[in-house]
Design a protein around this ligand. Structure first.
Ligand SMILES: [Zn+2]
Length: 278
């Protein structure tokens, strides 16, 4: 869904909407609407091999992407003993305003405002997540899932989340910790519990938990080692070897049932999640 009023990400003035664009009178900028989606980001962006493969997975329109996406549903190191995101979404009261930054191709709730740097299916607004065209204090609940590691200045994205949320508004943030490099388009940082608590220090509360645990990290790194060693830089060979190496070990991830919450597993967890309240 797209909010009724959008604001200029550069000067914050309300924008005038026409069929072809959003125009900002004070700073004389225009943001085109292409295929029904307003574009507040137009690059430049250095294209990478990882990014091309990510786009392929998101559009799911090639045999390789279909094989990868199907395989990932079955043979995967991803396992969350507790579905923190589903719990976050289930607790949202009817009528609340919800946004996802870096939504990719999914739509978590029917009325959610989906923002992404790329015009994937289901994206409502193409924008840099550090400077969105949404109004200050306009969002009740916000999701940012595996996105912070891809931005060069994550503190600016956290400041944007703070700006967007109403007082008392809540956000769910998942970020990788012990996790392989994945450049969609780039992978600048991974986040320790300390890093998440520091980034969200201005919020009234920040609770960091294990999202995916240590065994998920181990099986992912081991299979990644094999896939990277044998891929020779080819995404097809990488997909094959990642699956082949994971197949005999991926079920070990269920051991992460014993590593949930906030215990010592935080030190080597695959991914952490923070529930924050403004
Ligand atoms: Zn402007």
């Amino acid at each position: 869904m797209r909010p009724e009023t959008l604001y200029c990400p550069a000067c914050r003035a309300p924008l005038a909407e026409s069929a072809a664009q959003y125009a900002c009178a004070p700073c004389d900028r225009a943001y085109p609407i292409i295929d029904g989606i307003p574009r507040f980001f137009s690059g430049p962006l250095k294209a990478t091999e990882d990014m091309a493969f990510q786009a392929e997975q998101m559009f799911n329109d090639t045999l390789r992407a279909k094989a990868y996406n199907l395989g990932k549903r079955i043979v995967s190191s991803d396992y969350q003993p507790r579905n923190h995101l589903a719990e976050f979404i289930a607790a949202i009261p009817p009528g609340a305003t919800v946004a996802e930054l870096g939504s990719g191709n999914r739509r978590l709730t029917p009325d959610i405002v989906n923002i992404d740097l790329f015009p994937f299916p289901n994206v409502d607004i193409v924008s840099d997540v550090a400077a969105t065209p949404l109004g200050a204090g306009s969002i009740d609940y916000l999701v940012i899932d595996a996105v912070l590691e891809h931005v060069p200045e994550p503190h600016k994205v956290v400041a944007e989340i703070f700006r967007l949320l109403k007082p008392g508004g809540e956000a769910y943030c998942l970020a990788p910790f012990v996790y392989p490099y994945h450049g969609y388009p780039h992978n600048y940082f991974n986040f320790s519990p300390d890093a998440l608590e520091f980034l969200f220090r201005d919020f009234s509360s920040c609770a960091v938990r294990i999202a995916r645990g240590p065994t998920s990290a181990l099986t992912n790194l081991l299979s990644e080692y094999v896939a990277v060693a044998l891929s020779g830089g080819s995404a097809t060979r990488y997909t094959f070897w990642k699956g082949a190496a994971l197949a005999p070990i991926f079920f070990l991830k269920y051991l992460d049932k014993f590593w949930s919450g906030t215990g010592p597993g935080m030190r080597i967890a695959n991914a952490l999640c923070a529930r924050v309240i403004k």
